[in-house]
Design a protein around this ligand. Structure first.
Ligand code: HT7
Ligand code: ZN
Length: 886
């Protein structure tokens, strides 16, 4: 397969102005008539028309109504000698019920759906399937009325009626020009929750959430999230809904979370369906942010789209930033905003930092790809969002809103680049650091890898100054051996040793300011001096995680304990606890001789006790502080990783916290267990999270002590719970502590929820992701795959078993007998024949193989090589395994 390179971009040789599609839906053979008006692009030297296609059966090609000569070059349909403007008619058929890739037109539970991003439209008809070709669409859908009573596409329904032989039709016109990747069609037996809303402008809109008949009672939260999203985008950025009708449809077979097709968003059921009996607080929160994310794409993605797929982060980074801000703004309390920020940073550091350090590392704006689907990554999404956030930090919140307004005014209806976005934010803020440093700032788009920022502080008592020296560097990444310095905004505050926040005054400042100050670093090394400092301070650096970097500062334990107890910045307060825990883990891993020495020291345990007992701290924040860094995050800090050692040390730490804080866990459980009538708000979900954590610890401690009281109480809680969060937390406590009562709870859970697919996913996932004890998880996973409810073809189910084991359970995957890797390679190969996108995601599970200690390293490499050697591998999977072996 050939690599597509960003530098090879050229404008299309033809524009498509209008597309008139007629679908005759039949699961086995759907007929698609595509009538387009095209015109030559005068800015490009004349060349033949090359239309993309994939797995289509071509029946007819007419140019201006006449049979035309054409040829096929690989998957492209090529037509020479075309006039400057012409009408092109193409008639094809495809097989939706054989479409296991779930790209293009497919059938899920007797309903037709489409997925066109990034390159799925070419599986529906021949087309210039690239985002800079924007056309006006008219779509007519014809189908059996009994089997497919609801017929949907983008835009407005302009006509509908009966046809002979029990068929009917609907005609949709989209008032906005759009690229093909935003096309959508849905047809099936669906029902909708509807809500009419009035926007600020006074304009009325119809909002609809379509699901299967039995699921209507699970759509209220998605609808409320949609209403909140519409209101928020108007209030925060002045961006209003531009459609009369906005539809969301849920499907249980979907490769990703959701898709922002214009006016007709298609969602994985996981991000739509919720009621308190079946969905956890985490599900509610995910639904809110994914509904928001897709809605916000209506502007950042649909109204202004990407010129080419290298610019993917233009819409994805910006839209993740917008959904993160939305979720934060919905929090009434500042502490809940901080919790959301910590959760977002945790995702970045446990998933994106490893990606940046591994074989798939790529810049936020990549330079090349073989299969674009492989680049829907945490780098494009989450790191891209951090780049946008840094822009906001550099221009201020109001300045950023001005920049967004200018961006949409300037580029409405266009397909543009990341450069265009950064330029608009800078142009709206000409006196800002961003405008001054724009070319250098844009290195965040072009350079891969996570920068390391090393800081060192020196206090001069005589001069009453405190000098911080910073050195930044960035490791080589594939194709980028050397990096230039980044612009790094560093939010900083100073604490006295008594924990009180000090005023900060930099050399040259007229006066001191209270609280956080933003330093803008630009050079490989630089020094900044604070004046009028009465005693050696404790620096609180990178508050709020103001830049996506690894910060090295040689904090003493005492300084970290001061920050943990006192920092006014909740992010750094949490971070201090994480640093202490990480330090303990790394020390224990490095000294295997001390196997019987417990990893956590007295000071750390007492600090955790203080947090747990703290009368002012929120339950949600406590839960985050008391969660130890993940095995993946710990492993990232090591040059050579023995995954079993990492697992053993972290388990020992968990056990220590469970036992040492036993009485405090009991108290935390009793204080937080009752949250009143169920509501998924941050305060009550925080209390449920802490109560759940307490149960896990109480069951874990019971395992060591042999006590039967808490496992018994946990089982009772499982049975009596009034909502899925409490029920699932109790079940998890029994399963993760390996208690004998887990078996009956699991059986009962399955019996209650056997008809709820999303809950059964949780049931599978919990078991496949459970802590390994003596190699018991792999045989269990093999058994789960034989369960009548398991199907590898359904991506959610495949993820719940196979991914939960391979991607989220390192202690169980990395076995000295290599059986975990063999299982992984078998599943990648099996999935690749069904759904290459899902297979390629699974293939990423061994990205970090080269860091592993022996015997894991050689065995993992062998497993990857085994996959790479397969003939007929999809280019999706081939790209991932080839890069892993490079
Ligand atoms: N923009 C959407 C991306 C997406 C996608 C990409 C490849 C294959 C299947 C897909 N489904 C959705 C999702 C989003 O970021 O909103
Ligand atoms: Zn998106």
């Amino acid at each position: 397969p050939v690599a597509i390179r960003r530098e090879d971009y050229s404008a299309p040789a033809y524009w498509i102005d209008t597309v008139d599609l007629t679908f005759d839906l039949d699961p086995a053979k759907t007929r698609v008539l595509n009538r387009m008006r095209l015109r030559r692009n005068p800015q490009v030297a004349p060349e033949p028309l090359r239309l993309d296609g994939d797995e289509l059966n071509l029946a007819r090609v007419l140019v201006d109504g006449q049979g035309a000569s054409f040829r096929m070059e690989a998957d492209q349909l090529v037509i020479d000698n075309l006039p400057d403007t012409f009408e092109l008619e193409i008639f094809t058929t495809c097989c939706p019920n054989k479409n296991t890739k779930l790209m293009g037109l497919f059938v899920s539970e007797d309903t037709f759906f489409t997925q066109c991003e990034a390159e799925g439209f070419r599986r529906i008809t021949y087309f210039l399937d690239r985002p800079d070709v924007m056309a006006s669409y008219t779509v007519t859908i014809r189908a059996s009325k009994a089997a497919y009573p609801v017929l949907l596409s983008n835009g407005n329904l302009v006509e509908q009626g009966e046809l002979p032989e029990g068929r009917h039709f609907a005609k949709w016109v989209d008032p906005f020009r759009k690229p093909s990747y935003l096309f959508a069609l849905v047809a099936g037996k669906l029902v909708a929750r509807e809500q009419r809303i009035k926007a600020r402008s006074g304009k009325e809109h119809l909002l609809q959430v379509y699901v299967r008949a039995g699921d209507l009672d699970k759509t209220e939260h998605a609808m409320n999230s949609l209403i909140n999203s519409v209101m928020w985008d108007e209030a925060r950025f002045g961006l209003s809904l531009d459609l009369d009708r906005f539809m969301i449809v849920a499907t249980s077979d979907f490769n990703m979370g959701a898709m922002e097709n214009k006016g007709l968003n298609i969602f994985n059921t996981k991000y739509v369906l919720a009621n308190q009996a079946t969905a956890t607080d985490a599900d509610y929160s995910n639904i809110e942010s994914v509904v928001g994310h897709e809605y916000f794409h209506n502007w950042s993605g649909d109204r202004v789209t990407c010129r080419d797929w290298f610019q993917l982060s233009l819409k994805e980074g910006l839209t993740v930033f917008r959904d993160q801000e939305f979720s934060q703004d919905l929090c009434a309390e500042a502490s809940a905003r901080a919790v959301k920020r910590i959760e977002d940073v945790r995702v970045l550091r446990t998933a994106q930092f490893p990606e940046d350090a591994g074989p798939m590392a790529h810049p936020v704006r990549p330079d090349s790809y073989i299969e674009i689907s492989n680049f829907y990554t945490v780098t494009i999404y989450e790191k891209g969002a951090e780049v946008v956030r840094m822009m906001q930090t550099l221009v201020g919140r109001k300045g950023f809103e001005r920049g967004i307004t200018l961006y949409f005014e300037r580029h409405d209806g266009q397909a543009v680049t990341c450069d265009d976005f950064a330029q608009a934010i800078a142009d709206a803020n000409p006196d800002s650091d961003l405008a001054r440093l724009l070319p250098q700032f844009k290195r965040w788009y072009s350079q891969a890898g996570t920068p390391r920022l090393t800081a060192h502080g020196v206090y001069d008592a005589a001069a009453r100054t405190y000098t911080l020296s910073f050195v930044q560097s960035c490791p080589p990444t594939p194709g980028q051996p050397v990096k230039e310095p980044f612009v790094i905004p560093v939010n900083i505050g100073l604490l006295g040793t008594d924990g009180r926040e000090l005023p900060v005054q930099l050399e040259g400042d007229a006066e001191a300011t209270q609280g956080t100050r933003t330093l803008v670093l630009t050079r490989a090394g630089e020094q900044l001096t604070f004046v009028n400092v009465d005693a050696e301070p404790v620096p609180s650096i990178l508050r709020g995680f103001s830049a996506p970097v690894i910060l090295d500062y040689e904090y003493s334990d005492a300084q970290l304990l001061t920050l943990l107890a006192n920092d006014t910045d909740p992010f750094n307060r949490w971070e201090a606890g994480q640093r202490l825990a990480l330090r303990a883990a790394l020390h224990a891993i490095a000294t295997p001789g001390d196997a019987h020495e417990p990893p956590l020291n007295h000071a750390f345990i007492e600090a955790m006790r203080s947090v747990l007992r703290h009368p002012q701290l929120d339950a949600a924040f406590k839960e985050l502080v008391l969660t130890l860094p993940s095995e993946t995050y710990i492993a990232e800090q090591l040059d050579v990783v023995d995954p079993q050692r990492v697992h053993a040390v972290r388990e020992a730490m968990r056990g220590q916290l469970a036992t040492a804080l036993f009485a405090d866990w009991e108290q935390a459980y009793e204080q937080n267990r009752d949250t009143g009538a169920y509501a998924p708000d941050p305060v009550s979900s925080g209390r449920r999270a802490l109560a759940g954590m307490a149960l896990v610890n109480l069951c874990l401690a019971a395992r060591t002590s042999g006590d039967a009281v808490w496992p018994g109480k946990t089982l009772q809680r499982f049975k009596d719970a009034g909502n899925m969060t409490d029920r699932f937390n109790a079940l998890s406590a029994l399963v993760s502590s390996g208690h004998a009562l887990a078996a009956q709870a699991l059986a009962r859970f399955h019996e209650i929820f056997k008809n709820e697919a999303l809950v059964i996913d949780k049931w599978f996932s919990l078991q496949a992701g459970a802590p390994d004890r003596g190699g018991d998880i792999l045989p269990l996973v093999r058994q789960l795959m034989k369960h009548p409810d398991f199907s590898i073809k359904n991506p959610n189910r495949a993820r719940s078993v196979i991914f939960s084991y391979c991607n989220a359970n390192p202690g169980a995957l990395h076995r000295t007998d290599a059986a975990g890797y063999v299982f992984w390679s078998d599943r990648v190969i099996e999935l690749d024949a069904i759904n290459p996108q899902v297979a390629a995601r699974l293939a990423r599970a061994l990205d970090r193989w080269s860091k592993l200690a022996e015997p894991y390293r050689s065995a993992a490499r062998e497993a990857i090589a085994r996959v790479a050697a397969r003939p007929d591998l999809s280019k999706d999977t081939l790209e991932v395994v080839t890069r892993a072996l490079a």
